[in-house]
Ligand binder design. Structure first.
Ligand code: PBG
Length: 339
């Protein structure tokens, strides 16, 4: 149903071309003016979502992610205004929760005055029109670092879903325009949709991390929010195994059936085939998350940062994502504007 714009003018045509020398494909690349006219994908600031780390502590750099900072709420408001000025439509919010507030149940997630709810209220008041996407998962809040409730060493599904639906409701009430469940429990989207409808919040979007893989590329993020030291074991009993595409398609189908408005594929670069297949198969928009490890790799100095960033974002859009979450959103927006 979605315009398969990512296949450009070639979509549906037979794979055929005139033989050399009648066809010299280099003619389409020879001059800047023709390169511009044949370009299939153009990245715009309007395609980007900026994930940000919020803290109650001082503004500080995230060592594992050069150029990324943890922002106290007043600084976050200023930076969010700047991002909006660059044309970025939305931010995705992640809290840095001090160890003293973490417990086994993740109860701080349900505190209506927690850091993230205060950040949402401040942004909603000071930066009207900016999309506020609130992550739904317990890992910033749990002492064990898992996204759900742990019982006897197992992340239990249905009890987790109950807590996550309450968390989603709290975030929506604080003023989040979208909740983004990243926990990978079964049935969470249906529970959140029912909770939102029941509370008179029918317009809150659910942008679900439907295809979230158990990835090594989340390392710097876990360091940034301080859930790495806490994490006991791994997340392979709920996040999808990297070799599997079929489960991603089923997760997407189920989340859409349960009421998700858009879905996220995460990470992006090692999963571009998933982005492409979901974009072709799903009846909803597909976003892709260029995660912390991808960002850190691009920033490592091994490749020219600006060109490699724009190339990777263009590749993600070409694969079929209508929007991309990237920690480099402000930089990429400025680069996209300048051509
Ligand atoms: C967990 C969550 C994770 C990320 C976003 N939400 C990591 C995880 O599953 O441990 C990772 C994002 C990134 O690496 O940039 N709810």
């Amino acid at each position: 149903m979605f315009p398969v714009q990512h296949f450009g003018g070639y979509n549906g045509r037979a794979m055929t071309t005139a033989p050399f020398p009648a066809c010299r494909l280099r003619r389409l690349r020879a001059q800047p003016w023709v390169r511009s006219l044949v370009r299939e994908v153009r990245l715009a600031p309007q395609d980007l979502i900026w994930p940000v780390f919020v803290t109650d502590g001082p503004r500080e750099a995230v060592p594992a992610m050069p150029g990324v900072e943890r922002l106290p709420i007043p600084d976050l408001v200023e930076e969010a205004k700047r991002a909006q000025g660059l044309g970025i439509p939305a931010v995705a919010l992640f809290p840095v929760v001090p160890p003293g507030l973490k417990d086994d149940a993740g109860s701080e997630a349900l505190n209506p005055d927690n850091l993230i709810c205060r950040a949402i209220r401040a942004l909603a008041a000071a930066v009207p029109g900016l999309g506020l996407i609130a992550d739904v998962a317990l890992d910033p809040y749990t002492a064990h670092g898992h996204d759900g409730v742990l019982r006897g060493g197992v992340v239990v599904n249905d009890e987790s879903v109950e807590v996550l639906a309450r968390q989603a409701l709290l975030l929506a009430r604080a003023g989040a325009g979208a909740v983004a469940p990243s926990d990978m429990m079964d049935g969470r989207v249906a529970a959140m949709r029912a909770a939102l409808e029941g509370a008179g919040l029918p317009d809150t979007l659910i942008i679900s991390y439907a295809a979230k893989y158990a990835s090594a590329f989340y390392g710097p993020f876990r360091a940034a929010i301080g859930s790495d030291a806490a994490l006991k074991g791994d997340k392979r009993t709920y996040q999808i195994g990297p070799p599997n595409a079929g489960q991603a398609l089923r997760e997407v189908a189920q989340d859409v059936a349960e009421g998700a408005d858009a879905v996220i594929v995460k990470p992006a670069l090692p999963y571009l085939d998933i982005v492409s297949r979901v974009a072709c198969a799903a009846q909803v928009p597909v976003f892709a998350y260029q995660v912390s490890g991808e960002y850190a790799m691009l920033r490592s100095g091994a490749v020219p940062w600006e060109r490699a960033l724009m190339e990777s974002l263009t590749g993600i859009k070409r694969a079929g994502a209508t929007a991309i979450l990237t920690y480099a959103a402000p930089e990429a927006a400025a680069l996209a504007k300048s051509g």
